[in-house]
Ligand binder design. Structure first.
Ligand code: S3P
Length: 216
């Protein structure tokens, strides 16, 4: 299921979302929790907005927001860039799979994956085999994704994504995996955060009880 929004990216809140946010009580903007779904997992490349959108979506649903990178850092006691620098990518992927298995045990959560999680077959199988789990792919063109990551780095003053230098090769491998593991696809490049959250909820409502595509 693909939901594409046509509005331009905004630097200011949209006319569509701002007035209702100001004039209507919070619960009017909340949508019913999708039937048959206990967790929503956001996947997509670095810079696709998984964390930002995940927070907004969790708030709409009244669910908890979980971030896989944050969980890895909590368990390991080091930052993601530190794990990459000191222990290498293979070790990071090992930590990532353990953290994912742990977090998938929780219900009523929105979970943002790291951009590389679907590269591992074990992670794809975990997602496929966890019942009542809706996987959503947040898509955008590579140039947009890189520009967003560079903006993040400029804002924080740190290079927060060790694999950004390999973005081209990684994206080529991963885009098909994102498409394959996710039953819901949302094109994000022309949308603000609330519009992406709207599109996700709409897609979930339209496919009640739909199951994941096979992993592979
Ligand atoms: C990675 C993406 C990062 C983080 C790590 C590896 C990747 O997460 O998990 O730096 O392999 O693409 P974000 O997608 O949240 O940036």
């Amino acid at each position: 299921m693909t939901a594409t929004l046509e509005l331009e990216e905004r630097t200011e809140p949209s006319a569509k979302t701002t007035p209702s946010a100001k004039t209507e009580p919070d619960d009017v903007r909340k949508r019913p929790v999708p039937a048959g779904v206990d967790r929503v997992v956001l996947t997509g490349f670095m810079g696709s907005g998984k964390t930002t959108v995940g927070r907004a979506l969790a708030e709409r649903l009244g669910w908890q927001f979980l971030d896989l990178d944050t969980e890895i850092e909590r368990r390991d006691g080091r930052s993601v860039p530190q794990v990459f620098a000191e222990s290498g990518e293979a070790h990071f992927r090992h930590l990532e799979t353990s953290a994912l298995a742990g977090l998938l045990g929780q219900r009523r959560v929105v979970l943002a994956l790291g951009g590389g999680a679907p590269e591992e077959l074990g992670n794809r199988l975990l997602l496929e085999q966890t019942p009542r789990t809706a996987v959503v792919y947040l898509a955008a063109p590579l140039e947009t994704l890189i520009a967003r990551c560079e903006r993040d780095d400029a804002r924080t003053g740190a290079a927060g994504r060790p694999l950004l230098a390999e973005a081209g090769q990684r994206f080529a491998v991963r885009r098909h995996l994102y498409e394959r593991i996710a039953a819901h696809h949302v094109e994000t490049s022309a949308c603000d955060v609330e519009q992406v959250a709207d599109a996700i909820l709409e897609s979930l409502q339209q496919s009640r009880g739909r199951t994941l595509r096979p992993a592979g």
